[in-house]
Every structure is written in C-alpha cells, then in structure tokens.
Design a protein around this ligand. Sequence first.
Ligand SMILES: C[S@@+](CC[C@H](N)C(=O)[O-])C[C@H]1O[C@@H](n2cnc3c(N)ncnc32)[C@H](O)[C@@H]1O
Length: 253
Amino acid sequence: MEQNLTDKEVYNKNFASFYNYVLTEQAREYGKYILNYAKDNLKGNSVVDYMCGTGNLLRIFEKENWTTTGVDLSDDMLNIAKLQLSKTKLLTKDVTLEEKELKNCFNLAVSTADAVNHLSSIKDIENFFYNVFSSLKLNGFFMFDMNTELGARANCSYITLSTKDYISVREGFYDDVHKMGYTRFQGAYRKNKSDNYVRYDSIIYNYIYPISQIVDILQDVGFEIVCLKDGYSDKVYNKDRTKRVLFICEKRK
Ligand SMILES: C[S@@+](CC[C@H](N)C(=O)[O-])C[C@H]1O[C@@H](n2cnc3c(N)ncnc32)[C@H](O)[C@@H]1O
C-alpha cells in the first residue's frame, strides 16, 4: 500500500479553504449542542478544541465569552481559524506528542467531526487522551465524537455537488481489511468571487477502532465515562445502530 499522507499534508492550503467553505456545518451544529450541555452540566468557562481545524466551533464559544484555545497541526487550517476568531489562543501542535504547556487549564475539552478517527494508532489515541486528561481542571469534561464501523460504511457513497461557486466530487471507500475509511474530495472553487478557480484534491483517512477499546483507554487514563450517546442527540449509544458516538467523560480525580 502507498504511504498515507500526514494530515499536515492532507489539510493543505487549497483543501483547508474548501473545508471551511463547505464542510463546517457539523462543527457549528455540534458546537451548539456542546455549549448547551456545558451550560447545564459544568462549572467554569474555559474550553480547548483539540484538532480544531478552521475554528468554527470555537466561534460559538467566543461569542458566549468563554476563554478559548484551539490546537491543530495544520498551519493552513489554523491560518483560516485566525481570520475567524478574535480572542482565541491558537497553537500549532501534534496532539499525540507529549504536552508540557497545557496543564490543569480547562473546564472543557472537545474534539469534533471525527477528528479522533484521524489518529492512526491506538498508541496515538492513548497519548492524546493523556494530554487531554492533564490539560483539564478537576471536574473538567471531555466531549468528543468518533465514527463507528457502521458510520464508516455508510460513508461509502459517491456525491457530486455544484453551485455557482464550487464543484465537489466526494467518493467514499471502506477498507475492511485495515479497518479504514477513505474519503476523497476533489473539485474546484471560486477564489474571492473572481472568475479564477482553485483546484483541490485530498483524501481523508478515518481509522476505525472498537468502541469498547476506546472506553477502556479512557478509563485507564483516569476518565469517568458519563455517557455515550448516539451522535449529538438525546439517544444513548447503540452498538447495532450508532454511526457516530459522542463520548462524554469527566476528570473526577
Ligand atoms: C475533520 S477535521 C475536524 C476539524 C474540526 N474539529 C471541525 O469540527 O471542523 C480534522 C482536523 O484534525 C487535524 N489533525 C489531524 N491529526 C492531528 C494531530 N495529530 N494533531 C493535531 N491536529 C490534527 C487536521 O489538521 C484537521 O484540521
């Protein structure tokens, strides 16, 4: 198999702009859900968004006067986030590397839109969860979502979209042997309302892990599982139905 590109290369300049243009509805929807949950269930108002991408979720928290921090390894995604955010501290970091700067800082940590499925090994996920745990204050919450195998299979579709401003072709493929989803996005979008179009072509990799294994790692790291939900809804996680799991965890000691 060819060597996969790293996310630093995948979320490149052209794809980052397309992502922000077309693929951020989820971040906004999930941000509103998480904000409401946080208002009802936790104290304090500092939030970190790990693998924050172009920062659309953080905008929602900025508007509510939370203290906001975003972390991502792609400079191209963060450069767009910088334009959209005014008070947020943005850090270029790989979330799987040992973290010394962010200790006991936040009441809430989030990671959305299957960002955790971008981590390519269980070791990387463990390292990430340790970093999240140590960055939270006592009674801080960690809320993140992951695609399940059902979700990855459901993404195996071919979709074309076109408006006067862009054309997008999306092809999904699930590799059963390696438990990996591939989604290729290609097309072109109009630059600054001119007649010039910018081409993009990127493949996003989604690594699928058993949900029970993720729960075990969270508990080993020290988290209490508050609940697992069937997506951003009121329903609980169901092994036979859930395509995307929302994990809600707390640091209680
Ligand atoms: C699907 S996007 C999600 C962005 C954002 N959370 C949202 O809801 O729109 C995944 C993001 O994870 C970032 N990423 C992937 N691996 C990473 C890593 N090891 N460390 C930091 N960021 C990473 C990518 O650069 C990309 O911006």
